[in-house]
Write a protein that binds this ligand. Structure first.
Ligand SMILES: [Zn+2]
Ligand SMILES: [Zn+2]
Length: 338
């Protein structure tokens, strides 16, 4: 069934039958606005960088400065900025296409159907029909921030060129950021040369702009780096205790094997099959009964293989302990029974 979209676009929808019009939720509209604003800002930023760096390149060649590393930095970051400019231009263009907006809104289930008599020219649904209208401003902003990133990913995939340029721009941005950091550290020695004055100013500007753009990722990476020793220590402890548990379990298995049962019909309680291999027991199969419960029993071969990778009972996930270390939980229960 075709539905007349607010902007005059035809959209397929099977769920909807009455006379209604699809409208965006407040959340989606907010995310879309944020995305467009961000991309537009980045576009302007790259435009500024390209113009300023081109001027620097012309000045450098007029001053007969010759080429040193710093000037290569200007040249490469300028080329990089051109690619990014194309990328942000394309993203902005795609985000303004109504069909793409509608596709995204459907994709993220951010469409509400409004009865035709309630419809206004506004692309956003009236508040009474919009479940996201009740969100507080803070919640709305938080959700919009996440959705904005998803929208970006989705829009990037609108064209192959855009997709590859996105990967290329992000990667080269990081490379230039590292190069920029290197210069910021190395600069004090090169400060006195007249020819380097403008490139150096540009390095500070570019460095800060890149940092702002990727700050959340850089901070996250820094945090991960700080946390790394703790994570390593944690993993080491985990590894050690896991080994200990496994050894305990194998010891427990050895003890259980002393009391193995040769299967006869109804010699054991509960299911008459092994829940590891799901096979019914055959007469004279070697069966082991776990210490956790009389109902937890398996083939000797199955549970032996299981305990090579796990140290818990396959049925109740309780840690298998040697007889003298049975879990304390178990004992009061047994006392109550008697
Ligand atoms: Zn089995
Ligand atoms: Zn068990």
């Amino acid at each position: 069934m075709n539905i007349q979209f607010d902007g005059g676009q035809q959209l397929e929808n099977n769920e909807n039958e009455g006379n209604t019009v699809p409208k965006f939720t407040k959340l989606f509209a907010r995310a879309m606005d944020q995305f467009r604003l961000r991309v537009f800002f980045l576009f302007l930023e790259r435009l500024y960088l390209i113009i300023s760096m081109s001027i620097i390149l012309v000045l450098l060649s007029l001053q007969n400065c010759g080429w040193d590393d710093l000037h290569y930095w200007v040249l490469f970051s300028n080329l990089q900025a051109i690619f990014s400019l194309v990328l942000y231009g394309q993203l902005f263009h795609f985000s303004n296409i109504q069909q793409i907006q509608q596709h995204l809104a459907f994709h993220y289930v951010q469409i509400v159907f409004v009865p035709i008599n309630e419809v206004t020219d506004h692309p956003i649904a009236p508040e009474i029909f919009d479940p996201t209208a009740n969100l507080s401003t803070m919640e709305l902003d938080k959700k919009a921030e996440v959705m904005q990133l998803q929208i970006r990913q989705e829009i990037v995939n609108q064209s192959k060129f855009c997709k590859y340029n996105n990967i290329f721009s992000n990667a080269t941005n990081q490379a230039i950021f590292i190069w920029t950091i290197y210069y910021i550290i190395a600069i004090p020695g090169q400060n006195d040369q007249e020819c380097n004055k403008w490139p150096i100013i540009q390095i500070y500007i570019y460095g800060s702009l890149l940092f702002l753009q990727y700050s959340q990722y850089y901070l996250l990476a820094a945090l991960a780096l700080v946390m790394l020793p703790f994570i390593l220590v944690y993993l080491l402890i985990r590894c050690f205790t896991d080994r200990q548990k496994k050894q305990q379990a194998l010891k427990a298995l050895n003890e259980l094997q002393k009391n193995k049962i040769l299967y006869k019909p109804n010699i054991i309680e509960g299911e008459q099959e092994c829940s590891i291999c799901m096979q019914p027991y055959q007469t004279d199969d070697e069966i082991l009964q776990m210490s956790c419960s009389k109902l937890h029993h398996f083939h000797n071969t199955c549970i032996s293989a299981w305990l090579q990778i796990q140290s818990t009972c396959p049925n109740c996930r309780q840690q298998l302990l040697p007889d003298n270390q049975q879990p304390l939980l178990q004992q009061p229960q047994q006392q109550e029974e008697f």
